[in-house]
Write a protein that binds this ligand. Structure first.
Ligand SMILES: Cc1cc2nc3c(=O)[nH]c(=O)nc-3n(C[C@H](O)[C@H](O)[C@H](O)COP(=O)(O)O)c2cc1C
Length: 201
């Protein structure tokens, strides 16, 4: 069973993090979750979910300030880390090795252990500071995925758009799944719950 750490930080697009948690649950991953203080507020502002519902999607929930939590140590064996969404502050901390909290520490540990780290950043436009931190994170081994969903699957709802993007996050984490639509050379194969005829290409 894959052991995945998910950090949800204070950027717009917390729904992506929530959808990633739902998909991870469906593939049977062991999920460790930490939500930053600002992300909790943004969950309230942007979604109809409560923070407690989001936490219920994970197997283990850790306070972002708890640097004694197991995911803070490489010996615990987290296989992959996703920070979804990842604020530019958290990006800066990961890219520059500033261990602000457990979320940054989990990413730092995964980088040193040569495990997968996926940072779903969300900011627009980008400054040179952001661009340089993105470069540093990539050079350190992270996968930086701007929260920029594709439209080639012809999503009909925001739910479908978010699911397709969250599926790409699972791909980047190295998890095989059939939970989201994929491009298959001339046509998009639909994800579950959507008939093939509704995804013409
Ligand atoms: C409603 C709201 C939306 C925000 N959206 C973004 C965003 O899209 N990207 C970003 O980098 N920061 C955004 N911020 C600012 C971050 O939340 C802020 O920099 C915070 O300190 C990040 O801390 P964290 O990474 O520990 O959650 C937003 C803040 C609020 C209150």
């Amino acid at each position: 069973m894959m052991r995945v750490f998910v950090g949800i930080t204070g950027a717009s697009g917390v729904i992506y993090g929530i959808k990633v948690l739902e998909l991870l649950r469906r593939v049977g991953a062991e999920v460790h979750l930490s939500i930053s203080k600002t992300a909790e507020k943004i969950i309230q502002l942007e979604t109809d979910y409560s923070a407690s519902h989001v936490k219920s999607l994970a197997d283990y929930v850790w306070d972002e300030s708890d640097l004694t939590a197991p995911p803070a140590s490489g010996s615990f064996g987290i296989d992959a880390v996703a920070i979804v969404p990842c604020s530019t502050k958290t990006l800066a901390a990961v890219a520059n090795g500033i261990t602000l909290n457990l979320i940054v520490r989990a990413a730092e540990v995964a980088l040193k252990e040569r495990r997968r780290v996926v940072l779903v950043i969300r900011e627009s436009p980008l400054s040179l500071v952001h661009a340089r931190n993105i470069e540093r994170a990539i050079l350190a081994g992270a996968v930086v995925m701007p929260a920029s969903p594709g439209f080639y699957t012809k999503p009909r709802t925001i739910e479908e758009l978010v699911t397709a993007f969250a599926g790409r996050v699972l791909d980047a984490l190295g998890i095989r799944h059939e939970l989201a639509p994929r491009w298959e050379g001339g046509s998009a194969r639909p994800g579950p719950g959507r008939p093939a005829s509704s995804a013409p290409f």
